[in-house]
Design a binder for this molecule. Sequence first.
Ligand code: ATP
Ligand code: MG
Length: 463
Amino acid sequence: GRAEEGGRRPQHLDRLSFSPVQLPHLADYLPNLQTITNPLENSQFYHPSDEFYLSSSDVILRQTVLDLSGNFHSPSTSPHLSYPRAGPRKLIFFDPSHVRAAIVTCGGLCPGMNTVIRELVVGLWELYGVREIYGVKAGYRGFYSGEPVRLNPKLVHNWHKMGGTVLETSRGGFDLDKIVNGIQDRGFNQVYIIGGDGTMRGAVTIFNEICHRKLNVAVAGIPKTVDNDIGIIDKSFGFQTAVEMAQQPINAAHVEAESAVNGIGLVKLMGRSTGHIALHATLSSRDVDCCLIPENEFYLEGKGGLFEFLDARLKENGHAVLVVAEGAGQDMIPRTDAQKEERDESGNPVFLDVGGWLKSELKKWWARDHPDELFTVKYIDPTYMIRAVPANATDNLYCTLLAHSAIHGVMAGYTGFVCGPINGNYAYIPVKEVALAKNEVNTRDHKWAWVRSVTNQPDFGRS
Ligand code: ATP
Ligand code: MG
């Protein structure tokens, strides 16, 4: 039995194969580019050894959880993807004195955007000696309208202490030709793009057009999504700050609910397509009685519904706290025809306020079923208070590592990529892959089961 298992390598393990993901490189279409030795070689802070530099054969495995039984069912499907490891290369493809770098932020706010900008500026300047760094104002449209601002370490030194983005952000304004013309006209040869799913889809298009025109311009994306809805990477920056900030409104909702007769505290948290913030905030708080997320459909009336659960909870405890992700229950909220058609400047469907709707449904329910009893719903929407804050310490460090990883990759000539941690190790990933990869809450796994056991909430007919 045991000895045999340890001694002999099961044959099916030979079927384990690795498939390295190819990262686009400027040399793919510009074969005559010269390389130079990394200036870190002469830096006073670094004493680079051969271990210090990474080679293109250093990879990170996408999956570290394998099923060695030979069944090869998910999540250990073969072949196993590997991505280049992020970090400095000994030979680089940009002469720092010829670099003109551009940094742009698009989409909604997220804690840590300013830190990423700051560290891109300071990293380019201090690590590689780049002196021409520009901030493109107000999203993609800044490439063709208005003037980019020149950035230097002195100017950005305290930006990591500020929420929002000093460069300003916007939605819409994506005009591919104008953007790439703007990049060419202004002589930018490194473009760093910070933004969410839409921004990354835009970055793919920009990268494709740059390849098509065979420009010596590297494009790097730094995914920004406070919702943590981007796949492949472990988590996105700002997410941990958001979970931390969400504790305050949950506490407030709890106090309000406890202090009322039949009090319900209702908190809406960010999460359009995924409920990660709501889930993590619920698991860290312990005061939440029910957590509603887009991945888990719910219903109000009847057996196993929300009202029945709250009725029992109020009888038992006198109060209840509800957390709802903004994308939950969108199908249940009545919409006018105009609302069905409504889109934001970037073309995304507009979300209706699930919190406001839920509050009024709760009140109607109570008035109908318990007309003579006191009842209070206190609804808190802390969205802007959560996302318009500076990054916490963990996210600040994370943003720094992301920015420096992006710089090392771009200096090494990689393009059309995104950097981020995969199982804790920083990797370069083609932006095309990241633009398509989703990260949804798995309501079949043990984390969601734990939510159910912490809250005791109904499973709305799932089991
Ligand atoms: P978040 O959703 O986290 O706020 P986002 O990046 O998804 O961030 P959007 O407003 O959807 O925010 O998009 C940001 C920018 O990317 C906009 O300028 C938008 O025009 C552009 N964009 C969105 N989708 C695409 C696409 N498919 N192709 C090209 N550009 C796009
Ligand atoms: Mg988006």
